[in-house]
Design a protein around this ligand. Sequence first.
Ligand code: KDG
Ligand code: MG
Length: 404
Amino acid sequence: MKIVDARVIVTCPGRNFVTLKVTTDEGLTGLGDATLNGREQAVVGYLAEHVAPLLIGLDPHRIEDTWQYLYRGAYWRRGPVTMAAIAAVDVALWDVKAKAAGLPLYQLLGGASRERIRAYGHADGRDVPELLDAVRARLDQGYRAVRIQTGVPGLKAVYGVHDTTADGSAVPHQQARPLVEDWDTDAYLRHLPGVFEAVRAEFGPELPLLHDAHHRLTPIQAARLGRDLEPYRPFWLEDCTPAENQEALRLVRRHTTTPLAVGEVFNTVHDYQTLITEQLIDYVRSAVTHFGGVTPLRKLSDFAAQHQIKTAIHGPEDISPVGTAAALHLDLAVHNFGIQEYAGHSPLAGEVFPHAYTFADGHLHPGDAPGLGVELDEALAAAHPYRPAYLPVNRLRDGTVHDW
Ligand code: KDG
Ligand code: MG
């Protein structure tokens, strides 16, 4: 079998998604997600100009060799743009291989290790009463685990507290310049334990509660927060410190037993070396889409497993249904699965990407269609073209730029 066509398709069914579609001489097609939120066109250029021409004539079954060819062959390694482009190729080739075998992808990854995949959803509110309503709404949708984020008194716009559309999905920031959010770490550290206390008081001790600090704390601040949250038994504290500094987690770890989750902005296993070998975290959070695909994420899972660390693949709205499906096949197959983030997509995104995966009773399943189980309605995609959008930026009260 040979690849005869490789095309990049950008669509905005409510938010931008970048998809690679490969076609073989046997008429099989494969899809890969290359969406890099707020920097989509950089990946489009990388894929269309530098990668797609190299794929023509290759045997799509040679996934490992193609991965190494694109990773080592470029000389310039790593980084989100490069790794999103390689991920799209990797996932598209896995899709082709599994379709050629007539099997859902998880069967090629070793088969199912479980019946279903526990998911967590997002609940947020500008204040505690709004958050409690949002948690209730997620429980009504069937979720059995919830990430809780709230506004902080005195701050106008805080990470994770969304404006929502009529269907409840988050409004993407489609404007010429990034929205500016504001931040005050002391106010946040004072506020958050009370938020956990209120949610526990309302929903009891069993509901798994997660929280994302989105890289904003120093190690000692993160240590304090982890300790202050311990009475409420969080499922995890995510991205407590800026991701570049792996050593920072040593200090956090010394002070708290709150489980730690890290990795949505990581692109390769090298970003995890210290974190995994020194067992400084409990969950690896990388996305198939930003980590070079199914091939390296499988290797990461196995490396993490040797250190009793579980997987928790990144699943925000800005990973397309193609990237979501790829995650679900891995989730079902790997032994050390922990939990899957599932923010869901707008109904229109679901129509642009018809898919076999299902969500019911708080759990996901990738379905049993051959391949990934996701298609792309190209006519509908074309009817919703790319719209420039940025992620927000973050400033302290005195105007200093802070981590977003
Ligand atoms: O594009 C950025 C989002 O994917 C990120 O902010 C979401 O932190 C996130 C999460 O945990 O889902
Ligand atoms: Mg996060």
